[in-house]
Design a protein around this ligand. Structure first.
Ligand code: GRF
Length: 212
């Protein structure tokens, strides 16, 4: 059986939670979070990690002088060893920066159960659908194909499944008849950029401590 979620401590303005944000792509969610943190909050981004050296989002870390690392998949043939070694390199950086919460923000790799076990309750993700419906990497495509009228986004704690961890908050949007993947993605990103920073505020305040 998997271990319980161990949430991060309740933070204070004097001692905000130390966040690491993991990205793979455009980083619009990271940008929204960094803007939210322009004034003192109960959390602060100390470290940004991308597995992709071309990720556009890296620039937000460089602009704000945040410790920003590219950690690509190591070049070894054995896929299992490759994943484990990659996560070990990430884990070392997280420890070095005394990270208390890992924020997945468009990070496109699935974490191994052994990595999740070390951080369970201290890894959070945002997914662009109303989970448990439409998990996985192609949520918008799957939503449109299914012809459903509502979609949205979900912030959840990460467990060892794919988009299966404990749901913290969701927001809905209407899926219009002429919706495309692009229009749906744009609409959902807008609400994601409001919701994710707010959930991080709540988590840092201890709002979810009673439900975990
Ligand atoms: C977001 O829609 C998020 O829900 C999903 O990946 C997307 C990341 O976008 N997990 P960006 O890289 O933050 O622009």
């Amino acid at each position: 059986m998997e271990g319980a979620y161990i949430l991060p401590r309740i933070a204070s303005l004097d001692n905000p939670l130390r966040l690491a944000v993991l990205i793979s792509g455009s980083g619009s969610g990271l940008e929204a979070l960094l803007n939210h943190q322009n004034i003192p909050r109960l959390h602060h981004t100390e470290l940004i990690i991308s597995d992709n050296h071309n990720a556009k989002g890296l620039k937000y870390g460089y602009e704000k002088n945040i410790n920003t690392k590219i950690i690509s998949l190591p070049e070894i043939n054995n896929k299992i060893e490759q994943r484990i070694l990659h996560e070990e390199l990430i884990h070392i950086e997280l420890i070095k920066s005394k990270i208390e919460l890992i924020v997945l923000s468009g990070y496109m790799r699935i974490l191994t159960p052994s990595f999740v076990a070390k951080w369970k309750g201290r890894i959070i993700n945002i997914h662009p659908s109303l989970l448990p419906d439409f998990p996985g990497a192609n949520a918008h495509r799957d939503v449109i194909k299914a012809g459903v009228k509502l979609s949205g986004c979900t912030v959840h704690l990460v467990d060892s499944g794919v988009d299966t961890g404990m749901i913290l908050e969701q927001r809905q949007v209407e899926v219009l008849p002429k919706e495309t993947i692009q229009t749906l993605q744009n609409k959902i990103k807008k609400i994601e950029h409001e919701l994710y920073p707010k959930v991080l505020d709540s988590l840092s305040e201890g709002v979810y401590h009673s439900i975990s």
